[in-house]
Design a protein around this ligand. Structure first.
Ligand SMILES: Nc1nc2c(ncn2[C@@H]2O[C@H](COP(=O)(O)OP(=O)(O)O[C@H]3O[C@H](CO)[C@@H](O)[C@H](O)[C@@H]3O)[C@@H](O)[C@H]2O)c(=O)[nH]1
Length: 430
């Protein structure tokens, strides 16, 4: 029997996703028309003998999360639970804290996934690879190739080319280590908890010494949390590398992080392309009396779109969106309840929930796609500011923003509930 765990983080995470993460927890942000997490869950539900999916995070349980869990359970017919950490315990601390629940029922192995990645999730291939490598190891890491410069932003893996054993693991090194990077998708046997337990015990010992030095209630509380934090990458993988305990399965298929709003548009494009194989029913088609569709487009069935609008490629239109006559939308995500009035143009942008773009207005951003001429390029984790200015990036309208008619909003981030009265470019509008 198998289980899957998804690390969904919490409210302090996802800061590069603001202002969109103000409205919805980042793992529920729609990518290619469905919440980011649903892609993970659909892949898990395809694996034979998968008994349960557990989400671990430090969000307070909330209505949106509960609604998502109950609808995904019903749709995919698989039990899904949310377990809340009392604080951010790190990528290894959370699973160790809930190890009894993960191991209940005796799974032979479990998948662990970061929520903020998009992938084809080759879980069944990982399982086959794990079985081919015998009983004695405790984990398979999914790896992919990055170019030398970009590899520094990820966990880097040095492998034995013949056996695929992980010989070294360095998290975000400062100089080049390897072009194989960690995708944040793993398959572990229950033995992994023995190794996390050793780190946990060591940290507890250090805590006892620490509390002998610092006496005071506040420090003790912080100290307690600090000593329960375990980072899978730095604390566990680095130690287990070179001990025949970890192997790397390299995928040739798509994979990307989803850290910023720009990367959500890129991830949408990758998932929309995948829908041709997995969910063709989610892709809009050209028919009489419907808008013109170019390339891959998702339209929620409740959206109301004028037949003279032109959408695509890479457009996702959410629930209850209204799109008027002559509107052009390309490389964008239009979130639920938004209204695009006649003849407006939206390019490389995210239009927030219930926002309005006025007639003949233009909302435009600059894409931050990986270099198409470099087969190993990954999306850059853009810094918000460069040389004292806002880095040109996709335009984001927060929820309930009002863009008047006939203005241009370019490369800007507009915070929620703003009523703009003129054109803006390269600005964060607070
Ligand atoms: N439950 C929980 N989740 C957490 C915590 N800390 C992080 N996470 C979740 O774990 C994932 C990774 O979090 P980060 O700490 O932001 O790491 P990263 O910079 O994305 O790097 C990780 O992912 C890369 C691939 O995307 C890897 O290359 C790298 O080695 C590392 O695993 C995210 O989904 C995040 O929500 C925590 O304390 N608790």
């Amino acid at each position: 029997m198998l289980k899957a765990i998804i690390l969904i983080g919490g409210p302090q995470k996802g800061t590069r996703f603001r202002p969109l993460s103000f409205e919805v927890p980042k793992p529920l942000f729609p990518v290619a028309g469905v919440p980011m997490l649903q892609h993970h869950i659909e892949a898990c539900a395809q694996v034979p003998d998968m008994k349960e999916i557990i989400l671990i995070g430090f969000y307070q349980p909330n209505d949106e999360l509960n609604r998502f869990i109950s609808s995904a359970q019903q749709e995919l017919k698989i039990p899904i639970r949310y377990l809340q950490e009392f604080a951010a315990l790190g990528t290894g601390g959370g699973i160790y804290h809930f190890r009894d629940q993960i191991l209940s029922g005796g799974p032979a192995a479990f998948f662990l996934m970061n929520a903020d990645v998009c992938s084809e999730f080759p879980l069944q291939e990982m399982l086959r690879f794990h079985r081919q490598h015998g009983e004695n190891h405790c984990g398979v890491l999914l790896g992919t190739t990055a170019n030398r410069t970009q590899s520094l932003n990820y966990g880097c893996i040095v492998e034995n080319h013949e056996t695929n054993e992980v010989l070294h693991f360095v998290e975000k090194p400062s100089t080049f280590v390897s072009d194989i990077i960690n995708c944040g998708i793993y398959l572990f046997t229950p033995d992994i908890f023995g190794h996390i337990g050793t780190v946990f015990q060591r940290n507890q010992q250090e805590r006892i010494q620490f509390t002998c030095i610092i006496i005071g209630q506040e420090e003790l509380t912080n100290g307690k949390q600090m000593h329960e934090v375990i980072r899978l990458e730095q604390d566990i993988f680095t130690t287990l590398a070179g001990q025949k305990k970890l192997f790397v399965y390299k995928t040739q298929h798509f994979w990307s992080q989803i850290k910023s709003a720009g990367s959500a548009i890129y991830a949408s494009r990758l998932y929309l392309k995948q829908y041709h194989q997995t969910h063709p029913e989610r892709l809009a088609t050209n028919q009489d009396g419907t808008p013109k569709i170019i390339g891959d487009v998702y339209i929620h069935p409740t959206a109301n779109i004028d037949p003279s609008a032109v959408l695509g490629p890479n457009v996702s239109v959410g629930k209850g969106v209204t799109i008027g006559g002559g509107v052009r939308v390309r490389e964008s995500i239009i979130l639920h309840g938004a209204m695009l009035q006649d003849h407006c143009c939206v390019l490389n942008s995210i239009v927030g929930w219930d926002s309005t773009v006025g007639k003949w207005a233009r909302v435009e951003g600059t894409p931050s796609d990986p270099n198409p001429n470099d087969p190993y390029a990954k999306i850059d984790s853009e810094t918000l500011f460069r040389d004292g200015g806002l880095t040109p990036s996709i335009t984001i309208l927060g929820c309930n923003v009002n863009i008047p008619s006939e203005v241009i909003i370019r490369n800007s981030i507009v915070l929620p509930h703003k009523d703009l009265n003129r054109s803006f470019q390269n600005q964060i509008i607070l």
